[in-house]
Ligand binder design. Structure first.
Ligand SMILES: NC(=O)c1ccc[n+]([C@@H]2O[C@H](COP(=O)([O-])OP(=O)(O)OC[C@H]3O[C@@H](n4cnc5c(N)ncnc54)[C@H](OP(=O)(O)O)[C@@H]3O)[C@@H](O)[C@H]2O)c1
Length: 287
């Protein structure tokens, strides 16, 4: 059996077209254009690429975007000052501080300074707490991308055993929380694995749906996957031959029932969810 390929790129284009229609209607009704402000500190090449992709996606959906740059030598207070200005600016609905920040900057202070109503990346403790309680203001972008992909691909999570490999604050942990909540794209039985998990392959082989968010190229091999499982690869790793995921796609696609490729899998959907959150933030401001 060869797995169904879950094409995140196509899905992202479809959702972006829906968002574009909603943005047009929003602008007509409110005479306000939703706006995402990105903050970039220093010149990290990967961050430059991410910010450029986000800007292009904004353009494609009619959302305004701003880019605010600070030098790599900026102090925490410089960044706090900029965030304060963006918080006060009524024309800005979403604020995105591109991570990682240079080591001299106290990341937690900066992320806590963002107005929770503009925190479209969901890093503010208030928004993380709300997510935990099952009453999110925004859903974090990458976990939301995974959930949306499952829902729109017709993969039922209810009562399914989802094994998430990775417990980061950005992907694994919030995704596990979302999948165990009540509701569509959730109601799953969730197991979270990480680098200290014993007998990892034994755990991953129990998954109906296996999510890899590890950051290790081709780490999940066919032996770690139950035949017929759905495999979602969140990983993005640059190796000599290009971009690969955390899953050994070629071997795993032979035994999985469905699998996301890398690239054109979860990545394009993550950016799309950021746009969705920015529109939601603008709607909130327009109430
Ligand atoms: N598609 C997207 O839009 C998107 C968005 C964000 C991230 N990503 C990609 O997703 C991957 C994960 O990102 P992240 O930010 O979550 O990374 P991270 O913060 O480095 O976390 C990686 C997680 O994987 C676990 N892990 C590492 N090696 C392991 C091993 N050998 N066995 C079991 N678990 C292991 C770690 O365990 P410990 O906690 O024990 O260290 C950690 O929990 C990266 O490739 C990243 O580029 C993609």
């Amino acid at each position: 059996m060869t797995a169904r390929i879950l094409n995140g790129q196509e899905l992202a284009q479809q959702i972006q077209a829906e968002i574009r229609d909603e943005v047009i209607e929003f602008i007509e009704n409110n005479s306000v254009t939703p706006c995402l402000a990105a903050v970039l500190v220093g010149e990290n090449p990967a961050s430059e690429v991410y910010v450029r992709n986000k800007r292009r996606a904004c353009e494609a959906t009619g959302i305004d975007s701003q880019l605010h740059r600070l030098p790599a030598t900026a102090a925490t207070d410089d960044l706090l000052e900029l965030v304060k200005t963006l918080n006060k600016d009524d024309a800005v609905h979403g604020i995105l501080v591109q991570l990682p920040l240079p080591p001299q900057i106290v990341e937690a202070r900066v992320l806590q300074a963002v107005n929770p109503r503009k925190d479209v990346d969901v890093f503010h403790p208030e928004n993380v707490g709300r997510l935990m309680q099952g009453r999110p203001r925004f859903l974090p972008c990458t976990p939301q991308a995974v959930q949306e992909l499952l829902i729109r691909s017709g993969i039922d999570t209810r009562g399914q055993h989802v094994v998430v490999v990775g417990r980061s604050d950005i992907v694994g942990k919030p995704l596990a929380v979302m999948l165990m909540q009540r509701g569509p794209g959730a109601d799953a039985t969730v197991t979270v694995c990480h680098s200290r998990t014993r007998n990892l392959a034994e755990m991953t082989r129990q998954a109906d749906i296996l999510v890899a968010a590890i950051g290790q190229p081709k780490f999940i091999t066919a032996e770690m996957v139950r035949p017929g499982a759905v495999v979602i690869d969140v990983g993005i790793n640059r190796i000599e031959t290009g971009l690969v995921g955390d899953v050994d796609f070629e071997s795993v696609k032979e035994i999985a029932s469905a699998i996301t490729p890398v690239p054109r899998g979860v990545g394009p959907l993550t950016v799309t969810m950021l746009l969705k959150n920015t529109l939601a933030a603008a709607r909130d401001g327009a109430l």
